[in-house]
Ligand binder design. Structure first.
Ligand code: AMP
Length: 475
């Protein structure tokens, strides 16, 4: 099938050709005719499927009758509103809209928080047909009466499931209440929880359900691997993997902002160019970080789920789950950053024994078992005192001892722990004479200096109470 078969006008066909697209993706094939016909859509599609063009191209075509080059703001009322959960996604959608609209006299602007409102107010005053916005800042403009919704014809809610995760649903409902009721509405989500369905019922009229691939399925071009590893050895394993594959460029997912910054710092100290992206960074920092990562510097970007949502990075070869997400659907979201548009991708997960139940949930969702590869020198059952994660050690200890009380006593002694780079993990950490920064002994400035990797059973004697209380090693 060709884009021309979908009934798109020449201006849009020209833009699509300019973007280098030869044929529409499955979501585009399904969504474009339905949106062109003016129907509401409930779209089940994850990032990487081409859904942005799937709703933007027909939206632009529907608005093309209003295209004009007048300088009068009155000739450019807001006619389409696209809501996105994060600044990054909003910027990305805006870039796509501008690209696809390049041969049409329609204006678009992007509105998000964390930056001064004045520039946005100026843009809105000049008149603009398409507004791409995050919900919070859009409501700020509503409050200041700097935006008028009376002419809105089309509403798009992108990544509704993430909106829900981020607590934006009340904001969305407030915005919905301000829009004309005789509009066209499109809702896109990678997953459909009960709450999303309720929102869809409220927002959509007789929608056409469009789903590409089964819900929660992952791209077939992605190779999945699980590396079992003790929680306290994860960062060392990560360094080991990155050193082993010098051209590995990876987006590394962690659960919290704290781990995000610390891990990036640890990688830097281990000689691996890394940066962190999380919700606390300013918009400018996030944009700069992302641009630098896109250009290959740094090699590693450590991210939280919220910050990484919607990142469109072409040709990202690796996604690494440093910590498994706590909802299986987030695994699908995370790895959607690799293996895009038919390209090959790799999804590696560093999984400690206490995370196995998350892995079970993920495998249930994606409906296949992820192959496990043990990296020599990284025994998942050899606990270490990782000062950055005392709480993990605590959880791990309780979990394993309750579940497998006998294994603690009957397991044979582990093989000598010599890492591929020659480091002997069975030897206690020696602060002196360890240059250049050894994998197992690198420290963080804000963490305890001694990261001790010892074989079982000595670890057992070292770890208990002091580590659980955050001590041990802070001598
Ligand atoms: P999205 O799912 O909208 O985030 O798009 C994922 C990526 O696919 C983006 O980099 C788009 O530029 C690209 N893309 C969208 N449509 C097509 C197409 N028909 N052919 C090739 N690439 C596409």
């Amino acid at each position: 099938m060709h884009f021309a078969d979908l009934g798109l006008i020449p201006e849009l066909l020209q833009a699509v050709t300019g973007a280098g697209y030869t044929e529409p993706t499955p979501i585009q094939q399904q969504a474009i005719p339905v949106v062109l016909a003016g129907r509401d859509v409930m779209g089940g599609a994850q990032t990487g499927t081409g859904k942005t063009a799937g709703f933007t191209l027909p939206l632009l075509q529907r608005l093309s009758r209003h295209a004009n080059t007048s300088t009068s703001p009155a000739r450019h009322p807001v006619r389409a509103l696209i809501l996105a959960p994060t600044r990054e996604l909003a910027v990305q959608v805006h870039d796509s809209v501008v690209g696809y609209a390049r041969h049409l006299a329609l204006r678009a602007t992007c509105i998000y928080g964390g930056v001064d409102m004045n520039a946005q107010i100026q843009e809105l005053r000049r008149g603009v047909e398409i507004v791409i916005a995050t919900p919070g800042r859009l409501l700020d403009h509503v409050q200041q009466k700097t935006i008028n919704f009376s002419q809105v014809e089309v509403l798009v809610l992108d990544e509704a499931d993430r909106m829900l995760d981020m607590g934006f649903i009340p904001d969305i409902r407030r915005i919905l209440a301000l829009l004309p009721t005789n509009r066209q509405s499109l809702l896109f989500s990678a997953t459909f929880s009960e709450e999303i369905r309720r929102l869809a019922d409220h927002m959509l009229k007789n929608p056409q359900l469009i789903e590409v691939a089964r819900r929660n399925t992952v791209s077939e071009t992605i190779t999945h691997v699980v590396h079992p590893v003790a929680a306290g050895m994860k960062r060392n394993l990560l360094v080991h993997l990155l050193r082993h594959k010098p051209d590995m460029q990876a987006l590394v997912f962690v659960d919290t902002k704290l781990v995000c910054g610390r891990l990036a710092h640890f990688l830097e100290r281990s000689g691996i160019a890394a940066d962190a992206i999380h919700g606390d960074k300013t918009q400018q920092q996030r944009t700069e970080t992302l641009d630098a990562f896109k250009s290959g510097k740094p090699r590693v970007l450590v991210a939280t789920d919220v910050a990484a949502r919607g990142l469109d990075i072409d040709d990202l070869p690796y996604v690494i789950n440093y910590e498994l997400p706590h909802t299986a659907e987030d695994y699908v979201h995370r790895i959607g950053r690799t293996g895009r548009a038919g390209r090959a991708g790799n999804a590696l997960s560093l999984v400690s024994p206490e995370e196995k139940h998350w892995l079970v949930e993920i495998q249930k969702l994606i409906k296949f078992e992820i192959p496990q590869e043990h990296v020599p020198g990284f025994d998942p059952h050899v606990e270490t005192a990782d000062p950055a994660h005392p709480e993990r050690l605590k959880r791990s200890t309780g979990h394993r001892e309750e579940k497998h009380p006998r294994r603690e006593h009957t397991r044979p002694a582990p093989a000598p722990m010599i890492a591929a780079d020659g480091l002997d993990f069975s030897k206690p950490y020696e602060p002196a004479n360890t240059a250049p920064e050894p994998v197992a002994a690198t420290t963080e400035p804000d963490a305890s200096p001694a990261l001790v990797a010892t074989p079982h059973p000595p670890t057992k004697h070292r770890r208990p109470l002091a580590v659980l209380l955050g001590g041990l090693g802070r001598k």
